[in-house]
Design a protein around this ligand. Structure first.
Ligand code: ADP
Length: 653
């Protein structure tokens, strides 16, 4: 039995692991980087050890530092969470060599599944169906193109060392093969230091269905049913669910058995996930699924499995790592109702899902959901790590109930201080095809424009924002002692994008005010339960931030409040500098000094947080200077490109 557990991770997963470990009576040790000194996971653990600087290589990826911390504080086991060191076989071997327990599979099991081509060979031998394709050693382009012809188009080129969709290209026609191959190989070489690829049949209308497996150190292996992760954007999961819609008992049995065979083939211990691609074009049937890869760790989306089985997977991990046999036999594992998980991120959806940063000024979760989070009011979403704020998980007796709860829970979730993807997630949860269970990995892309559209704020939301900005929320009795100005109108200006909204507030008596917006009059009255606007209960929550206000009404409606003292500073040099929105690597620069650019032109590509971000011109102009070079590592707000002053052409007086 493990007595003291070190958690080599941060954020929601570290907090989630600490909760289960504590519940089992274990002592817990957090590790952290200097920017995480005040983080929730540090506060929750019994002890905490500083690893080093913010960059993951100096902290959460520093395997030697993690092991030294565990030894110094007398921990007997290390839980890696997901990401960071969780699938690094050399780290696993070093943990064992230090006499510590690694909560997860053996280094050999991780190595066996580490490369997609080797894993496919292993799975074929174990009788697990794999996607038809070529996964041999011959990397000659002519040979690979011949393999693609034999498989039949469309095909998918995949980096054998791939992950996160990198080095992956869909090819529809033979004449496009060589170009796609070259770009997949180049991307794979850059990302993984390994340019080798495999070729697969591209499955039409694919669904991503994965099976949760568990093994112990006594030869036992079971599965905990499937999760459907077909709602993806750029191969990243967005909303997951369990069980898979349309799943039949025959197919579940076939997939479950295949996944258990996969785990047994590598002597798997602990929690793992076997990912399958499923042909969803003609409903689910036992011949229509193929092995894609195995993730040898706990997955982000494990809570949906916990919801439908009523089990604590981290508790299972810790018990198995401590030497116990699997707590339940296959036929003892329940499957109850339906569950969803939505991944809530700090990201700017209209700007192309750009990861965002900011200080969380206000955070409220719905009591309809399990909310796994690693942040709290006042915490900073730093540019150093994954910008996840929370996972919102709902459960219900049926899929329809669980999904309605998800919608409600997302509508009731309040985050201010950073932009988030909540409105997008809520729109997705209301999508008719999704509600009907008609999911595939292309759903989000097909309907992206509708899912991203937020529309204009309702009048009641604008008026509510104006009441907050004018200070009416805080006044015990708005008329007491202010009779001098009370009868006068009070003007409030709210900014939204490029629009400016003017609201005039005219006090009408105790706790009453008329708001005038676009010539229309909205009577407002403050009652004990909150504001009523135009004879309707108004959104309860309006949060004021520096320079803005956010009203929560099924979605977060943010408005800028222009600072009157600040006017005028927006002219001059502002708008001339193109800055790095976050720390990252400059992948490409497309312009040179003296070049004319138009609004929207791509100026440079910044690679940050595993994604490429195009930096574009926000106005027409001439490039004055290029202040960076390709390959440069830059910090947030570093100036990369300067445009000539709008007025420079006229010359200074
Ligand atoms: P990575 O390890 O880079 O994430 P995966 O092999 O897990 O790559 O595939 C990621 C996603 O790409 C899958 O979830 C699925 O949506 C899609 N995909 C993978 N293989 C195929 C295929 N053969 N046909 C169609 N889509 C595929």
């Amino acid at each position: 039995m493990i007595r003291k557990l070190l958690i080599a991770n941060r954020g929601e997963i570290a907090c989630r692991i600490i909760r289960s470990a504590r519940a089992m009576g274990m002592a817990t040790v957090a590790v952290y980087s200097d920017v995480d000194a005040g983080a929730l996971h540090v506060e929750m653990a019994d002890e905490a050890v500083l690893l080093g600087g913010a960059a993951p290589a100096q902290s959460y990826l520093d395997g030697a530092g993690v092991i030294a911390a565990a030894l110094a504080c007398g921990a007997d086991a290390i839980h890696p969470g997901y990401g960071f060191l969780s699938e690094n076989p050399d780290f696993v071997a070093a943990v064992a060599a230090a006499g510590l327990i690694f909560v997860g599979p053996s280094a050999d099991a991780i190595r066996g599944m580490g490369l997609k081509d080797a894993a496919k060979v292993l799975m074929e031998a174990a009788g697990v169906p794999v996607v038809p394709g070529y996964h041999g050693d011959n990397q000659d382009p002519e040979h690979l193109s011949g393999a693609a012809d034999a498989i039949g188009y469309p095909v998918l080129i995949k980096a054998v060392a791939g992950g996160g969709g990198k080095g992956m290209r869909r090819v529809d026609r033979a004449q496009d093969f060589f170009e796609a191959l070259a770009s997949a190989r180049a991307e794979a070489q850059g990302a993984f230091g390994n340019a080798d690829v495999l070729i697969e049949k591209y499955i039409q209308r694919p669904r991503h269905i994965e099976v949760q497996v568990f093994g112990d150190n006594h030869g036992g292996a079971v599965h905990l049913y499937e999760r459907d992760c077909s709602l993806q954007r750029r191969h990243q999961k967005v909303i997951e669910e369990a069980p898979a819609p349309g799943m039949t008992p025959e197919m579940r049995a076939a997939m479950g058995q295949a996944a258990v065979r996969a785990a047994q083939a590598i002597g798997y211990s602990g929690a793992g996930t076997v990912e399958f691609i499923v042909d969803g074009s003609h409903g689910l049937h036992p011949e229509g699924f193929w092995f894609m890869e195995m993730n040898t760790r706990l997955q982000v989306e494990h809570p949906v499995t916990e919801a439908v089985t009523g089990l604590d997977l981290v508790e299972w991990q810790l018990r198995v790592a401590g030497g116990e046999p699997l707590p339940l036999a296959q036929d003892q594992i329940p499957l109850l109702g339906h569950a969803f998980e939505a991944r809530l991120y700090a990201e700017d959806v209209p700007a192309g899902f750009l990861p965002a940063t900011g200080t969380i000024a206000h955070l409220r979760f719905s009591d309809l959901a399990r909310n796994d989070s690693g942040v709290r009011d006042g915490d900073e979403i730093s540019p150093w790590y994954d910008p996840m704020i929370a996972k919102v998980i709902t459960h219900g007796p049926t899929r329809a109930v669980a999904l309605s709860r998800l919608t409600r829970a997302l509508e009731e979730t309040e985050v201010a201080g950073t932009v988030t993807n909540i409105a997008f997630l809520a729109a997705l949860s209301r999508h008719a095809g999704f509600a009907a269970g008609d999911v595939d990995t292309g759903l989000i892309d097909r309907d992206l424009a509708d899912l991203v559209e937020t529309g204009a704020p309702p009048a009641a939301v604008i008026v509510r924002a104006a009441l907050a900005v004018a200070g009416w929320d805080d006044m015990a009795d708005p008329l007491a002692g202010v009779s001098l100005w009370a009868p006068l109108g009070q003007g409030v200006t709210l900014g939204r994008g490029d629009d400016s909204l003017a609201v005039t507030l005219c006090p009408r008596g105790p706790s009453r005010v008329d708001a005038v917006l676009d010539g229309a009059r909205y009577p407002c009255e403050r009652r004990p339960g909150g504001w009523w606007i135009d004879a309707q209960p108004a959104p309860a929550s309006a949060v004021q931030l520096a320079g803005g206000v956010v009203v929560f009404a099924g979605a977060a409606w943010a408005f800028d409040v222009p600072d009157p003292l600040d006017r005028g500073s927006a002219s001059g040099a502002t708008g001339n500098l193109i800055e790095a929105p976050m720390p990252g690597l400059v992948k490409a620069v497309f312009v040179v000094a003296g070049q004319a650019v138009a609004t929207g032109d791509r100026l440079a590509i910044l690679e940050a947080m595993k994604m490429e971000h195009a930096l574009t011109a926000s106005r027409d102009g001439i490039v004055a200077e290029v202040l960076t070079t390709e390959g440069a590592q830059v910090a947030a707000h570093d100036a990369l490109i300067r445009l000539e002053d709008d007025t420079e052409v006229e010359g200074a007086a």
